[in-house]
Ligand binder design. Structure first.
Ligand SMILES: Cc1cc2nc3c(=O)[nH]c(=O)nc-3n(C[C@H](O)[C@H](O)[C@H](O)COP(=O)(O)O)c2cc1C
Length: 485
């Protein structure tokens, strides 16, 4: 098993040299300036070009309301100085929850979600004097095959089905004839998104994200080439759900509602751990590849942005004014979405230098931005760059390869990264994300009495250092048996 260390750069010159050596298109500016510029998003203007990606902490109550740690995280984001807070994955129906502690948007939970927005705004106002230039959104999701109660799949994907469990603890996978969601199920779900959107605006969110990333249900539908019926097959069928849903949300909420989408522009193929080297390798596949979105069918390890671009063009017709560009699956090819130093426990050693992964993020976001120069494009994949992430973001902004630079793991490690940048012109290396995946390990750990540990930054936030210790101690003991709810 290899234990190579990647991030070993003390200066911008060091990391620039690594980019040159790897021959990747990642560049850095010395001085920060563009990251501090306001950005116009539809009829609103936010105070700088820095954002926080959706980062769930799996710490809601068992009925889907924000818990104490949820409120703490959002407050910290509010105090952090980034002017775009892209709120975390929130299920639109209970059967679409990814874990027992994910947020759920329904009638009963509206008051606590309203409190969450209010607390976030108060935190921002208290620190910065006003919150008129802050945008807070909510990501609406259905976890599809990763729903924790039972997998709800859009189609059968032979390799992914192999890792889709009815009962993970006992290694029971879905059978070959496991039913897919019916067209009627999907049509009903479109209406659930409309209700959720209405509620999100009613409780005070500035925008909603109809989530289409990370291989959850709406992303899976985009790649459902082999699905029969009206929601699969050709591009028109595969995009029917999102087109119908956006159309219904528009007619329900009118033209002024700010709608965004976090979109996988490249799904890739499943990877598994090589039993000898521990390195991630693609699971064998046939050509032309029959699954997934944004891939070259003759070489699905490479992106093909034709369909994602076409989809964004369509979404713009429904007034989608912001696209957060992402890729990959956190379950089966995690190096794409979250370039890491050390993988999660259920992962593999990265098959590529993380800087190559960062460059892929920048390349695809850059291509989308260049195709749609006036679209607000939010970029992903910055956190591995540690204290240099804004220097790379600055270069991308100046070269019109992105509109907003946002961080995910970086923000739970260092929620006030943006205000430090404004004050000092640089980030503190002692506070940045180390990309060692402990947060993901916590997300995947189910063996406590709530069926889910809360997730946060283990090295940088002592609350989670303690939770991680508890998790490790529990692993040393025999595991309690939990009935599935
Ligand atoms: C603990 C954890 C929670 C996450 N929660 C969400 C989420 O709710 N919605 C989402 O779209 N992505 C989620 N992500 C992915 C991040 O938003 C982001 O895309 C990813 O970490 C890569 O960006 P980064 O390099 O800045 O971390 C999560 C990632 C982690 C590690």
């Amino acid at each position: 098993m290899t234990t190579e260390r990647f991030f070993d750069y003390k200066t911008l010159e060091d990391i620039r040299a690594a980019s040159r050596e790897l021959d990747v298109d990642v560049s850095f500016e010395d001085q920060l300036d563009a990251v501090f510029r306001p950005v116009k998003i539809a009829d609103r203007t936010i105070g700088n070009s820095m954002g926080i990606h959706p980062m769930e902490g799996c710490d809601g109550t068992l009925d889907g309301r924000p818990g104490e740690l949820t409120v703490r995280r959002w407050r910290r984001f509010g105090e952090g100085g980034a002017k775009l807070i892209w709120g975390e994955a929130t299920a639109v129906v209970p059967e679409g929850l990814a874990n027992p502690r994910q947020l759920l948007i329904n009638e009963e939970n509206m008051k606590s979600l309203a409190d969450l927005v209010r607390e976030t705004r108060i935190a921002h106002r208290t620190r910065f004097g006003s919150d008129g230039d802050l945008l807070v959104g909510l990501q609406l999701t259905h976890s599809g095959r990763y729903s924790y109660r039972k997998p709800l799949i859009a189609y059968h994907h032979p390799q992914v089905d192999q890792a889709t469990y009815l009962d993970k603890a006992n290694g029971i996978r879905i059978p070959q004839d496991y039913p897919v969601l019916s067209d009627d199920d999907l049509e009903r779900l479109e209406d659930a998104y409309v209700k959720a959107a209405r509620r999100a605006f009613a409780v005070g969110f500035d925008f909603i994200d109809v989530k289409q990333c990370h291989t959850y249900l709406l992303n899976e539908l985009l790649g459902a080439r082999t699905r029969r019926g009206k929601y699969g097959g050709d591009f028109e069928g595969r995009t029917r759900f999102i087109r119908n849903t956006l159309g219904k949300i528009r007619s329900d909420l009118g033209n002024s509602a700010l709608i965004a989408s976090r979109l996988n522009v490249f799904d890739g193929v499943p990877f598994r751990k090589d039993p000898v080297t521990g390195v991630g390798v693609p699971v064998p596949y046939e050509i032309p590849y029959r699954y997934s979105f944004g891939i070259r069918r003759e070489n699905p390890l490479m992106e093909d942005l034709k369909e994602p671009i076409e989809l964004i063009r369509l979404m713009r017709c429904y007034g989608v004014s912001m696209v957060n560009v992402s890729m990959g699956s956190p379950y089966y090819n995690m190096h794409y979405g979250r370039p890491f130093e050390r993988s999660p426990d259920d992962g593999y050693f990265t098959p590529e230098h993380p800087l190559v992964g960062v460059a892929r993020h920048f390349r695809v976001a850059g291509a989308i931005q260049q195709t749609f120069p006036d679209l607000v494009v939010v970029g992903t994949g910055y956190s591995w760059l540690r204290q240099f992430l804004l220097n790379a973001g600055e270069w991308n902004l100046r070269n019109k390869r992105v509109t907003i630079v946002a961080t995910g793991r970086g923000a739970i490690a260092y929620p006030d990264y943006a205000s430090d940048a404004v004050r000092d012109g640089a980030l503190k290396h002692s506070r940045v994300c180390l990309a060692i995946s402990y947060c993901t390990n916590l997300m995947r750990a189910k063996n406590n009495e709530l069926g889910q540990y809360p997730a946060g930054c283990v090295p940088r936030d002592e609350i989670y250092t303690a939770v991680y210790k508890e998790l490790l101690a529990s692993r040393a003991k025999p595991r309690p048996v939990h009935a599935k709810p």
